[in-house]
Design a protein around this ligand. Structure first.
Ligand code: ADP
Ligand code: MG
Length: 713
């Protein structure tokens, strides 16, 4: 379905897409609303996102190959053949040794003063050492009737060269091809090792608690609702809630940065975190495959499933270009040979064109670059749900930020209380009782300030009104706790706050009881992050908030935002995102960064929705295209730079490959380039492409080193 959506989306204008996404979201919001009313569990949102975030099955290499094969189904047959051929790269030392030996033997054969069949034999040995498996695959392709198979085409090229007496060129093509393949396979191996390192976040075994007995079980088989024991020093295998024990959880292995927090009875226990202090008894809330750590691993493993537009376009172009070049080489072998009679010369030139026609390496290396970037992001604690996400992010010209929890810490504290006709304590108790179950950071601060007494007052019929506040019935009286807009909507006359901060008013049965002023600190890194993003290429930074104009303006000017919109409900945030998306420059995208509280719909709507601090917010994780699991905003510019670097690398790889192939084609066809030289030049371009992909992995490691330094300071 995701694929189908993607195809459809391509054909429509950005505005249509935005509108459709918005109506989808509105529908899903309605559904959520009606389900909530009927007491059902919250909907998980559009199918597309679920498939991307959580439900993609864990793959082993066989499944991966099968899925990749499936992805090529329905596309052009030529394309399918070429793509399948890019999948069988394996790095092994035996092949490396044989190729090195082949290279030495080739040099010896070249300088040996032999002739006739002995000379042919002396070149055939290195040829077979390097190309035995290509030969085998070529036979398979011929047997299966895959006329445009990569190995078959190359074998035909080599045979043509051998027939024309170009023994050196034939062996050189094999050896160069093998060196290029082995290099790409080597980079792929390092990339998958980086992904494998994440498996430590998902322990295979767990200890199941059954009454007084504790028995070892496979973590993947633990059912929701069962109880497990996690000892000090162990990794939490599945998401759950602490039933017994107090400890500290270290989320650093999961989120990539410094992050530890205390847990006690009732706290969430997130998979992938290390239990530092004491044993914890945990009730399982999600199976291992639905847990946060699995989402991260799966994202790194499966990012390739959602190809970038660059990869898709490249494959499309090559599906036509490669057969055209094969045709050209056939013409080159036949027509001038007949016309001039110099068949040996033209056979070699045709062989050069045939080698040029095989461009699998560029498809493979562009894919590898994106895979490397997804692996780097994962080891930085970022779930990136596809190559397309990185590509879109690299073109983000407008970056929209939610305020609370994104540019601010999201940890409000009560600054002052202004009661009217009641005591300070009474006002706080009422507000605290109404806010008791709200997940909003403002609610948490009010509940904390109201003390434990709030829980003694029972509130019923509590309603959370996003972007406004909460309403509830307490002792038969209707209580409203929320912002000025909420008071206006319910006709309650309120005082204008006399000090800066976020004002939350309290009204009971239409009477005003005063207000509470709260403040939320800006993140230390917020200013630097906005500046860094601007320096890295983000043109417009926008602040959207449900908070009042005065505090929004203050924050926007202190952080240098280009645009700011305040007093927005979640729906209005979506409309603003929609408006900005429809007014952006062509070829650019819009990224929305939010914490998932009251902004999940905007995360879904934006071209790239980036959730911050989502390791304990599965809804945000699911709604976003990229999820920064940790709470550190500095990860955002790192992710953006990684995306830009990857897209740039992919473009460079394509340009270099295209330019090299074009030059070899022109010079080869004109007889100005010999077959061995053509083979070496093409190999050099593959080595460059592999090196560029490797650089992405290296730059990911550099970020890590920098971050460790940051922490030490
Ligand atoms: P932001 O856009 O800054 O992230 P939200 O959209 O989460 O903020 O909330 C916007 C505004 O709505 C808050 O500043 C507050 O005035 C009001 N609000 C939302 N939820 C609550 C609540 N549970 N209690 C009181 N006020 C709330
Ligand atoms: Mg928010």
């Amino acid at each position: 379905m995701a694929k189908h959506l993607a195809k459809k989306e391509k054909k429509r204008s950005a505005l249509d897409v935005a509108k459709e996404k918005l109506s989808l979201i509105k529908d899903s919001a309605k559904k959520i609303g009606s389900r909530e009313k009927s007491g059902e569990k919250k909907s998980k949102g559009p199918e597309k996102t679920i498939a991307r975030a959580i439900r993609i099955p864990v793959t082993n290499s066989a499944k991966k190959a099968a899925a990749r094969k499936k992805e090529t189904e329905g596309s052009d047959a030529f394309q399918s053949v070429m793509l399948n051929k890019t999948l069988d790269l394996r790095f092994n030392t035996t092949d490396l040794f044989l190729t090195a030996l082949a290279l030495i033997l080739l040099v010896i054969a070249h300088f040996l003063p032999t002739s006739g069949p002995i000379r042919l034999l002396s070149f055939l040995v290195p040829f077979l050492l390097a190309g035995y498996n290509y030969l085998y695959e070529a036979f398979q392709e011929a047997f299966m009737g895959i006329v445009l198979g990569r190995e078959l085409i190359l074998m035909i090229a080599v045979l043509m060269a051998l027939c024309a007496g170009e023994y050196l060129g034939a062996a050189a093509v094999m050896i160069c091809l093998k060196i290029g393949d082995l290099t790409l396979a080597y980079i792929e191996m390092i990339q998958s090792e980086k992904v494998s390192a994440l498996y430590a976040l998902r322990p295979e075994k767990a200890e199941l608690v059954n009454g007084d007995a504790v028995s070892p079980v496979r973590a993947s088989e633990i059912a929701v609702g069962s109880e497990i024991l996690v000892r000090a020093g162990e990794t939490i295998p599945v998401d759950g809630v602490v039933l017994d024990g107090t400890s500290v959880l270290d989320a650093a292995p999961l989120v990539g940065g410094n992050c530890s927090f205390p847990v006690a009875v009732g706290s969430e226990a997130i998979s992938g975190c290390t239990n530092v202090n004491a044993p914890l008894r945990i009730r399982v809330e999600r199976t291992q495959k639905d847990s946060v750590s699995s989402a991260l691993i799966r994202a790194a493993e499966n990012a390739w499933m959602h190809k970038s537009a660059h990869e898709r376009q490249l494959q499309w172009v090559l599906s036509y270009l490669s057969p055209a070049l094969v045709l050209l080489s056939v013409l080159m072998a036949v027509i001038p040979s007949i016309a001039t009679g110099e068949w040996r010369v033209y056979l070699v030139r045709a062989a050069i064109l045939l080698t040029v026609s095989q461009m699998y390496s560029v498809v493979q290396s562009v894919k590898l670059s994106y895979d490397c970037a997804a692996a780097c992001a994962a080891s930085d604690g970022v779930v990136v749900k596809g190559h397309d996400v990185l590509e879109s992010l690299s073109r983000a010209e407008t970056m929209v930020f939610d305020k609370t929890g994104t540019v601010t810490e999201g940890e409000y504290r009560v600054k002052e209380v202004f009661p009217r006709g009641v005591s300070e304590g009474q006002l706080l108790f009422l507000a605290g009782a109404a806010e008791l179950y709200s997940p909003h950071p403002i609610a948490k601060a009010i509940v904390a300030a109201s003390g434990a007494y709030a829980s003694e007052i029972s509130a019923v019929d509590i309603k959370e009104i996003p972007g406004r506040g909460v309403s509830a019935f307490i002792d038969g009286r209707c209580v409203y706790v929320g912002n000025a807009a909420m008071m206006e909507e319910h006709g309650i006359a309120f005082d204008n706050p006399s000090i800066p901060g976020s004002a939350i008013h309290v009204g009971v049965d239409g009477h005003y009881l005063g207000h509470i002023i709260l403040e939320d600190a800006l993140r230390d890194s917020a200013f630097d992050v906005i500046e860094e993003l601007r320096a890295a290429g983000v043109g417009t930074s926008v602040l959207l908030t449900g908070d009042v104009h005065s505090s929004a303006r203050r924050i926007a000017s202190s952080l240098n935002f280009d645009l700011v919109k305040a007093e927005l409900t979640p729906e209005e945030k979506c409309s603003s995102v929609e408006y900005l998306m429809s007014n952006r420059n062509v070829n650019t995208t819009l990224a929305f960064v939010g914490d998932g509280v009251c902004d999940a719909d905007a995360l879904r709507l934006a071209t790239v929705g980036i959730a911050l601090g989502s390791f304990d917010k599965p809804e945000a994780l699911e709604a976003s295209d990229a999820a920064i699991l940790g709470r550190e905003l500095r990860t955002l510019p790192r992710l953006y730079r990684l995306a830009v670097q990857t897209a740039r690398t992919a473009l460079q790889q394509t340009i270099v490959c295209g330019a090299v192939k074009l030059l070899v084609l022109i010079f080869g066809a004109a007889g100005l380039c010999s077959l061995p030289v053509a083979a070496v030049i093409q190999m050099a371009s593959i080595l460059y492409e592999a090196y560029s992909a490797r650089r992405i992995l290296l730059s990911g490691d550099e970020h890590k080193i920098l971050r460790v330094k940051e922490r030490k300071i």
